[in-house]
Design a protein around this ligand. Structure first.
Ligand code: NAD
Length: 495
């Protein structure tokens, strides 16, 4: 397995571990310390082409492996993840930076997804229906599509690949996987374990490298009919445009600007716990992070002071150290972007209540940051910051709270703290988001429910749950006529 000593890693193509055709490499480092964890192939279009060729060839056999057998491989994979949960979590705390309990949660999500999708091997339900004609049988079945291009971000380096690769495989597709360049080591471990679980050569291939060279070639490759991408809105737009030429199936899970609503009647202790977890967990680098808190005026002052006190108690440090609440952010570029939003917010007239600065030293640490008196139209309340920064917005009532919550381009997660069941149900109906939590923060999805967002968070698809199967299969409708004569639908009406 991958140790913490610096090592040289390879691509995995057609069952062989190979270097990039160019021989070029890039490094992955520990954001908490800057130390190198390993060297990876800096691949290009040639490497992608080779991987697609291998995946295309493997598809011809893999699609015929009975789905329950494909599912059994996922059960083994889930068990291997479970056996190595601690090692993987430690590796994640190092390579990606999240604190150990969250890193273990990331791995757990992949375990859950593997077992859930393993079970799909015995379902993959279609429908049988009556026919409008005599002696005729109708059914619909799911069919695999072919080679799936899997492009992932760094913030859930084990969970997100599992959301895509587990359903792709159980449905009978083959995969070319491009992990994020900030977390290639976890991507590599993921594939090693799939191989150990029994995935045949060519069925899963991994090609390391950048979005421009590797990701883009996958997106444009004519033999990759499905692209599944989790990333920023900007990348999503580019991918959709570039995939249009071949009319690919494009599945996008993009950004968020999620809000927690706190009404006057809320349990404020609970609300503060939910906000701290949702705004500062994973250093705010979750697509579902709460980067806005919309507070009814009667609770505003009290909530603000409790929240600032709670944020100031959080301990920053390397994710693997005991008692640390908030790890580093992913890299220096991210740190600079997060700090630029502190400047933007201050310039816009928002009140900086706490944080607002990086911590000096080797690691990329940023203090939990809260802005008060934020206007919903300010950039800090509209744009995804992807760091430990949240904005408090004061509103009069539920209607205004819902309007403000909805007043953004994204629609991923939403939440409301209230003890009034009528208000909770109105929020459930009216919040424009793919996910709504009642009396919980904006994070905490479970793998058997659909996950994804409305509006510009995506393009109408969902991962997880049964909904994920729609991304990775095509429906086929089958009509079996056993009348022995030519019957014409819509024309022969005698019954
Ligand atoms: P990113 O968009 O920079 O990169 C995502 C992946 O796309 C990477 O592997 C990258 O190399 C690749 N890529 C970049 N340009 C490409 C191109 N032109 N063609 C093909 N591939 C390309 O995102 P990131 O910084 O890695 O992740 C953070 C973003 O991901 C945030 O916006 C966050 O909200 C989003 N995210 C969304 C969800 C969700 O489920 N909705 C979950 C996690 C993260």
């Amino acid at each position: 397995m991958a140790s913490t000593a610096t090592k040289t890693f390879k691509n995995f193509i057609g069952g062989d571990w190979v270097d990039a055709a160019s021989g070029e490499t890039f490094e992955t480092t520990v954001p908490a310390t800057g130390e190198s964890l390993g060297t990876f192939p800096k691949s290009g279009p040639d490497d992608v082409d080779r991987a697609v060729e291998a995946a295309k060839a493997a598809f011809e056999e893999w699609r015929l492996v009975p789905a329950p057998k494909r599912g059994e491989i996922l059960f083994r994979f889930g068990q291997l993840l479970a056996d190595q949960k601690d090692e993987l979590a430690l590796l994640m705390a190092r390579e990606m930076g999240k604190v150990l309990p969250e890193a273990a949660g990331d791995v757990q999500e992949a375990i859950d997804m593997s077992f859930y999708m393993g079970g799909e091997g015995r379902r993959l339900f279609g429908h049988t229906t009556p026919s409008e004609l005599r002696d005729k049988f109708n059914m619909s079945v799911r069919q695999p599509i072919g080679v799936v291009g899997v492009i992932t971000p760094w913030n859930f380096p084990i969970a997100i690949p599992s959301w895509k690769i587990a359903p792709a495989l159980v449905c009978g597709n083959t995969v070319v996987f491009k992990p994020a360049t900030d977390t290639p080591l976890l991507g590599e471990r993921f594939v090693e374990l799939l191989v150990e679980a029994g995935v045949p050569a060519g069925v899963v291939n991994v090609v390391h490298g950048g979005g421009g060279a590797v990701g883009d070639r996958l997106v444009r490759h004519p033999d990759v009919p499905v692209i599944t991408l989790t990333g920023s809105r900007e990348t999503g737009v580019e991918v959709m445009r570039n995939a249009a030429e071949n009319l690919k199936h494009v599945h996008l899970e993009l950004g968020g600007k999620n809000a927690i609503i706190v009404l006057d009647d809320a349990d404020l202790d609970l609300a503060v716990d939910g906000i701290v977890w949702s705004a500062f967990g994973t250093s705010g680098q979750r697509c579902t992070a709460a980067s806005r808190v919309i507070v009814q005026e009667g609770a505003y002052e009290e909530l603000q002071s409790r929240l600032v006190a709670a944020a100031e108690k959080l301990r920053l440090g390397p994710g693997w150290e005991e008692g640390v609440d908030v790890g580093p952010v992913i890299n220096r570029r991210a740190l600079e972007k997060i700090h630029s939003y502190t400047e933007i917010g201050t310039d816009e007239g928002a009140k900086l209540l706490t944080g607002g600065e990086a911590v000096n030293g080797e690691g990329t640490f940023y203090r939990p940051t809260i802005f008060g008196d934020v206007d919903p139209e300010m950039r800090v309340a509209q744009e995804e910051i992807f760091g430990p920064t949240t904005a408090l917005i004061r509103v009069r009532d539920l209607d205004e709270a819902v309007r403000v919550s909805n007043g953004i381009r994204f629609g991923l997660s939403s939440s409301i703290f209230t003890r009034d069941v009528n208000k909770a149900f109105r929020a459930m109906r009216d919040l424009e988001a793919g996910i709504t939590y009642i009396n919980a923060g904006t994070i905490g999805a479970e793998v058997h429910l659909p996950f994804g967002g409305t509006k510009q968070t995506g393009n109408g698809h969902r991962e997880a749950g049964q909904a994920a199967l729609d991304v990775f299969t095509e429906w086929k409708s089958i009509y079996v006529d056993y009348s022995g004569k030519l019957q014409k639908a819509q024309i022969d009406t005698a019954g």
